[in-house]
Design a protein around this ligand. Structure first.
Ligand SMILES: Cc1ncc(COP(=O)(O)O)c(C=O)c1O
Length: 384
């Protein structure tokens, strides 16, 4: 059965490993295995001594306990405790999107998706159910809302009232960097509850709140029909681990997810599970490091955007590593391809996010951001 191209990943596949300056990456700067183990206070031999057997399909009990403990620390006041039993490890965060749609949806089920969205959140839902409605984020003139983006909760209420089975959201949001206020997030959960809708909350960027903003409580600690996707790719800067998990309370749905997983990957790779444990042990240092990196890169970006007001209209991200920025050129997509091919600088066209042609995604999590930006500025000056 046909599925649309995964436009973001196809664009990255074409350029990621041949373009020197990635100004649109969504992950944070990574590190070596040795550095990670050192940070986690684990010996290198822990990896060397690991046996490469199959792993538990649900995920290693020790790793699931560490994940649940991390939710307990952040969400102590929550009404729904998250336990190791609630966690299903994945062979990659991406896998969780596929498994969930397969396990939960039947053809014809109505799904509401916050857009713009990471392609698979929209496309896999559409592929399986064939009945998706978009819940569009509204762009506002800069300064109208703190983020420059607006959630329309009345529109969501109306959409969910149409016999909806699943609502898909992603906070902190890729690609806008929107973080709802705690009240807005509570309202979204209340609407899901009011309409008895499953809530798939992609929390891949949770932990990267900026400018002193509070981390939102995880949806899985707030709502019994929430399914949360999380992992170590973005916030921790460990995308090569492919470590991710789903957290949910419903035992029957968990069993269905694991059954689907037997058809995809059976279990997570043993080295990834071990290193994921290291990533969680070093979590505080990794998050502090990456928040500091994003904050410094945002400062560099602010100065850059101020020097090129005729070219960009930008809305500062409140959380996460990315922002969706207006680029005032005639053909944004063609511009980005030319920029990659002639200046070695990568920006992601909004078109590949299934969004307005006039926008590009920027990413602020990489250590060479300032160097890449200087390359871009030199290119702009040459073209002036
Ligand atoms: C919102 C969102 N969800 C899920 C994923 C998938 O994560 P991974 O690439 O680590 O599988 C991404 C990756 O970009 C993402 O941005």
């Amino acid at each position: 059965m046909h599925i649309p191209p995964f436009a973001i990943e196809q664009f990255f596949a074409a350029y990621e490993f041949t373009t020197p300056y990635l100004l649109c990456a969504s992950d944070c700067e990574t590190m070596t295995v040795a550095d990670l183990l050192r940070l986690a206070d684990m010996p290198l031999d822990a990896l060397g001594d690991l046996r490469l057997s199959y792993t538990d399909s649900q995920g290693s009990p020790a790793l699931r306990a560490a994940i649940a403990a991390q939710y307990a620390t952040h969400d102590a006041a929550s009404s729904l405790p998250v336990t190791a039993e609630d966690i299903v490890m994945l062979a990659a965060p991406e896998e969780g999107i596929y498994l969930l749609m397969r396990a939960l949806l039947d053809p014809g089920d109505h799904v509401v998706v916050l857009t713009p969205a990471y392609n698979s959140l929209l496309n896999v839902a559409e592929h399986v159910s064939g009945h998706v409605s978009r819940w569009p984020l509204r762009v506002t003139p800069s300064g109208v809302t703190p983020s420059g983006w607006q959630l329309d909760l009345d529109a969501l209420d109306r959409l969910l009232a149409t016999g909806t089975k699943l609502l898909i959201v992603n906070f902190p949001h890729n690609p806008t960097g929107l973080l709802p206020s705690p009240a807005e997030f509570a309202d979204i959960i209340a609407l899901a509850r009011k309409h008895d809708v499953w809530l798939f909350c992609d929390e891949m960027y949770r932990g990267l709140e900026l400018d002193g903003r509070e981390t939102l409580p995880t949806a899985v600690a707030q709502y019994e029909k929430a399914i949360v996707l999380a992992g170590l790719s973005k916030v921790h800067g460990l995308p090569g681990l492919r470590a991710g998990w789903l957290a949910l309370h419903d035992a029957a749905l968990r069993a269905d997810l694991i059954n689907w997983k037997h058809y995809t990957t059976i279990c997570a790779p043993a080295p990834s599970e071990l290193l994921a444990l290291a990533g969680l042990r070093a979590q505080a240092q990794l998050i502090a490091r990456n928040r500091a990196l994003i904050t410094a890169n945002l400062q560099t970006a602010v100065a850059f955007f101020a020097r090129w007001p005729e070219l960009f209209t930008w809305r500062r991200p409140q959380a996460g590593s990315v922002a969706l920025v207006e680029l005032h050129v005639a053909d944004v997509t063609a511009y980005c391809h030319t920029l990659a091919q002639t200046a070695g600088v990568l920006l992601l066209p909004g078109k590949y996010l299934d969004y307005d042609e006039g926008f590009v995604r920027w990413g602020f999590g990489r250590a060479d951001f300032a160097t890449g930006l200087a390359q871009y500025e030199a290119y702009l000056q040459r073209a002036r």
